[in-house]
Structures are given as structure tokens and as C-alpha cells.
Design a binder for this molecule. Structure first.
Ligand SMILES: [Zn+2]
Length: 439
């Protein structure tokens, strides 16, 4: 392989910290590198020689890279890579540099044969699973109040989430409006909701605040959806039900934690505590999924306790605090739900003439074939004392919608069944190993 590399990329060639992407490797280079011109980007910078970079890379490579074997790793066959691609991934560098580093790395023991395929397997070590289980058990059995240990655990887990998991919605973002849906038993109740949407689509009054995923009984939260269809699906309306949906426009940017992206942090292979970091990342990915999945009705009172503590931490103890959380809908594919916390859920109407009298709402249908239409007779003057500007969310009264549920659709996802010719594995082994799903 060495023969293919141009002489300027031999072991003594200089490579600068800007030509590698791994932040920990960069840090190391800045500490011990020399000011030279980089042979790869042709700019002056803090540099190592390629031989030094290859020595460091080799150390990480031997820790995390193993030969790909069809019989053993067939489930990961899409991840298999040639050594050059592996080095590109580890260093976060381009092909040219990866080639130069590889040609300097010790080979010969089959560790990086150019034509063979390899897999990256990051060792993982973490006590988060046990800590979290202990936390959940302590909630069920003893104190429901925050203790220091729980606070430390939540700070450790959620104190510095990956950048991808912190999301902003509201003015100037891709999500300028959110949706809340409510069931109505008859047209009279529909009229009540349409006449005073600010009150009707705000958080329920204290007496009606049942404990939920993100709130203990009595603590107000607002459950919203990012899409109108998701708001509708989340209500699980029965056939024939009337559903009123209000679009709500946040009046300031709302800072949310996206629970489905807690495990998205990018791996830095040169981190000195790689295994610990990976253990934490894997736990968070699973954790985000666990706390956003639906809890069966009979487990609600216990099942929601841990997430209530998480919500309390995010709303009151995280710094900066969050206005709410975002999580995938279990009832609509690609749908997203939002829970807003107590300090971010005041609701007003965008039109100062609201609330209207209930009788100002008329049901009109001019022809029997046309769908009926609700008409809001606003006519009157502004309501005294109305100050919509103080609210965090404004109901967009132009766009209130009433849905009559006429059909329900079930969606299921097919799981593809494929054959894989693997004579080395016993049928029974494959079935048990893979149905275990590694959970
Ligand atoms: Zn460079």
C-alpha cells in the first residue's frame, strides 16, 4: 500500500488539527503539536507528523475495530466497512488523510487488510440503568420528593443533552403554531368551545387536573401536538364524535427537550472515557424511548411517577429551564406531541372581541348536501379587560376547526421478512438470539 501513497504523505508529512474532526484528538494536537504548514490543506497550523497521528489512531482502532464475519455479524452487515472508511469515521477526516494514516499504521496481523471488511463496536460501560431503576423503585416505595441523589442522577442524564435534542418552536421557527384538540359531546358543547376558546383550550381547572405523564395531580400542563392530524389522533375519538381543534401560536420562542433525540450525540472516538460516554448515550436513547411510550391504563399512577420527576427537573431545576418536552406520537406515524410546563401555558385569544356569547355561535347549512358550518357572530366590541398580549399562546380564532369523526383508520407497519444464507448458524440459535432483540 505504501507504494500508492505520494511521498509528501509519508510518515514525516505534517497534518494540522483542522484536518481531523474528532474534538478530543484536536485538543491533543493543540497541546503537543508544532506550528508548521499542513501537507493536506496547505495552510499553516498546529500539526503532528502523520506517523504520530497513525500511532494514536492505531490505539483507538485496536480498541473498537474488529473483523466482520458473515456468520457472526450478519445483522450488522450494512455497517461493515473497509479500513480506509473506518479510519475516515474515527478521525472524521477525508479519504486522502485516511490513506496516509493507514499506510503508517501497523498492519500484518489482519487488523486492517485493505480488502477485508471491519466493524466498529464501541465498548459501553454505565451504571445509569441500575441507578435509574433504583430511582424508580425509591419513588414507588418511599419518598416521592426530590432527594439529592435523584437530583444528581437527573442532572447527569439531562444536564447537557446533545444539541440536536434542544428544539425551539414558536415565532420565526418551522413550527409557528401548535394544536390542541378537545372532544365535544354535542353541538352545544362545540358552541361553548368556539365561543370562548381561550378558556376552553387552556389547561384544565385545578379540580380536573388528573395526574398524567408529565404532571402530578393538580399541577397544570398543556398537552399539544405539532400537527392537526396528530392532535385528533391522540384523542382516540370514537366514531361519530365531534372534535374541536384550536391552533395556538406561541408568542415567544419555547425551549423544548426532544426526548427522541437524547441518544443522538456524536461519538468522539478519541474521548478518554469513550466506554462511559457510550454507556450513557445508549442509556439515554433507551430512556427517551421509554419515557415517551404510552403507559397502559392500569399502570398509570405508578408508571408516570418517574416521568413526572423528569418534568419537574426540566421545568424548575435545569438551567436554562425548559418550557416543555417534545416526543413522538404513539398514535400517528411521524406525529409529534408537546407537553408545556406550568410557566409556559397561559392561553389567550388573538381577537379581543372574544369570548363571545354561546348564542353567537350558529350552525349553518344552506343546502342539505353541503357540510354544516359553524358561524361566529363577532359583531360586538372588545371585551373589557382583555389583554391577549400577556398570554404565552394565542388561539388563532380564524382557524378553529370542528371535525366530525366519520371513519377511523388503523395503521400498522409491516416488518420485512428476508432470507439469509448462513450455513454456520443453527436455526434455533438464530431465532432465539435475534428474537431476544438485545433488550
Ligand atoms: Zn490541514
Amino acid at each position: 500500500m505504501t507504494a500508492e501513497i505520494s511521498p509528501r504523505y509519508a510518515g514525516e508529512a505534517r497534518v494540522c488539527a483542522d484536518c481531523v474532526g474528532d474534538p478530543w484528538l484536536q485538543k491533543d494536537m493543540f497541546t503537543s503539536g508544532r506550528d508548521r504548514r499542513c501537507a493536506f490543506c496547505d495552510r499553516p497550523g498546529i500539526t503532528w507528523d502523520v506517523a504520530e497521528l497513525a500511532r494514536r489512531t492505531d490505539r483507538v482502532y485496536r480498541r473498537v475495530v474488529g473483523r466482520y464475519h458473515d456468520a457472526e455479524h450478519w445483522r450488522r452487515r450494512r455497517e461493515a466497512q473497509h479500513p480506509r472508511e473506518i479510519v475516515e469515521t474515527l478521525l472524521q477526516c477525508d479519504t486522502e488523510l485516511a490513506d496516509a494514516v493507514l499506510s503508517e499504521m501497523g498492519g500484518g496481523d489482519g487488523a486492517n487488510e485493505p480488502d477485508e471488511q471491519y466493524l466498529i463496536t464501541i465498548p459501553a460501560a454505565s451504571s445509569h440503568s441500575e441507578d435509574w431503576q433504583g430511582f424508580c423503585q425509591s419513588l414507588e416505595s418511599t419518598s416521592r420528593f426530590f432527594n439529592d441523589q435523584a437530583a444528581r442522577l437527573l442532572e447527569d442524564l439531562l444536564g447537557s443533552p446533545p444539541a440536536e435534542a434542544v428544539v425551539t418552536v414558536g415565532p420565526g421557527t418551522e413550527q409557528p403554531r401548535l394544536f390542541r384538540a378537545r372532544l365535544a359531546v354535542d353541538p352545544v358543547e362545540v358552541a361553548k368551545m368556539l365561543a370562548d376558546p381561550a378558556a376552553q383550550f387552556a389547561a384544565p381547572p385545578p379540580a380536573l387536573r388528573r395526574a398524567g405523564r408529565m404532571n402530578a395531580a393538580g399541577i397544570p400542563v398543556l398537552y399539544l401536538a405539532c400537527e392537526e392530524e396528530t392532535a385528533l389522533a391522540e384523542l382516540r375519538p370514537a366514531l361519530g364524535a365531534e372534535v374541536v381543534i384550536a391552533p395556538l401560536a406561541p408568542q415567544r420562542p419555547l425551549r423544548l427537550l426532544d426526548l427522541s433525540r437524547l441518544g443522538d450525540s456524536k461519538v468522539a472516538y478519541f474521548h478518554p472515557e469513550l466506554a462511559l460516554l457510550e454507556g450513557r448515550r445508549r442509556f439515554l436513547a433507551e430512556f427517551g424511548w421509554q419515557i415517551s411510550r404510552p403507559v397502559p391504563p392500569h399502570q398509570e399512577s405508578i408508571g408516570y411517577l418517574p416521568t413526572q420527576c423528569v418534568a419537574d427537573y426540566l421545568a424548575n431545576k435545569a438551567s436554562p429551564r425548559y418550557d416543555g418536552v417534545l416526543y413522538p406520537s404513539a398514535l400517528r406515524q411521524r406525529g409529534r406531541n408537546i407537553v408545556l410546563f406550568a410557566h409556559a401555558l397561559s392561553v389567550g385569544a388573538d381577537d379581543p372581541r372574544f369570548p363571545l356569547a354561546t348564542k353567537a355561535v350558529r350552525l349553518a347549512g344552506y343546502h342539505p348536501e353541503d357540510p354544516p358550518e359553524y358561524v361566529l357572530c363577532t359583531g360586538g366590541a372588545e371585551q373589557p379587560g382583555s389583554s391577549p398580549s400577556a398570554a404565552t399562546l394565542l388561539v388563532l380564532t380564524e382557524d378553529l376547526v370542528v371535525h366530525s369523526v366519520s371513519a377511523l383508520a388503523y395503521t400498522s407497519a409491516p416488518t420485512h421478512v428476508s432470507k439469509f444464507d448462513n450455513p454456520a448458524a443453527e436455526v434455533g440459535d438464530a431465532a432465539t438470539a435475534d428474537l431476544g432483540l438485545g433488550l
